[in-house]
Design a binder for this molecule. Structure first.
Ligand SMILES: [Zn+2]
Length: 176
């Protein structure tokens, strides 16, 4: 597996040029994500970030992420792959102070858009990791759990001494 190993992006350049950068990284690299998860597969995390500038000069990043973290099913406690395919649009602002400004001329006032502070050296893997974490279900579960092992109670009870099991009786009959 060949990874396009990139960790930092320049949000100013991306939004100015309207260009896209993309890469792949092993999921093991996302330690905040995997810390409390079962052992991961070697499925890579693929991401793409596209810069945009609208007519009013507002800048955005479109972040697309594809990943398959292994989660533990809370019903049968077995690991399963959770397919993540998300796309999110973030507004790039100039400073920390701008993060909390009410409705910075959003296209739609109701649209709740996340904001990040622009940087010439933004940790894109950190951003991607956030997107995956946000996409995880609160209670991970299989759609349909694989068949459960036979509960102990249903196993063949041990035959009582002096009382041959029905199968033993059956084999005796066959011999005669
Ligand atoms: Zn399950």
């Amino acid at each position: 597996m060949q990874y396009i190993d990139m960790q930092y992006i320049d949000t100013y350049e991306l939004t100015r040029l309207g260009s896209t950068v993309q890469g792949q990284a092993p999921i093991a690299r996302f330690t905040r994500l995997t810390a409390d998860l079962p052992e991961q597969s070697d499925a890579p995390v693929a991401w793409a970030v596209t810069g945009e500038t609208d007519a009013r000069g507002q800048r955005f990043l479109r972040v697309a992420v594809k990943a398959a973290p292994v989660l533990e099913c809370q019903r049968c406690m077995r690991p399963f792959e959770w397919r993540v395919e998300t796309e999110n649009r973030l507004q790039v602002v100039k400073s920390e102070a701008d993060l909390d400004v009410e409705g910075v001329h959003d296209a739609e006032p109701d649209e709740l858009i996340e904001r990040i502070v622009g940087s010439a050296r933004l940790d894109v893997l950190d951003l991607v990791e956030d997107e995956i974490i946000l996409s995880l279900p609160y209670v991970p579960k299989h759609d349909v759990c694989p068949s459960l092992p036979v509960p102990l109670a249903e196993e063949q009870p041990e035959s009582e001494p002096g009382k041959p099991s029905p199968f033993a009786v059956l084999s005796q009959l066959k011999k005669n």
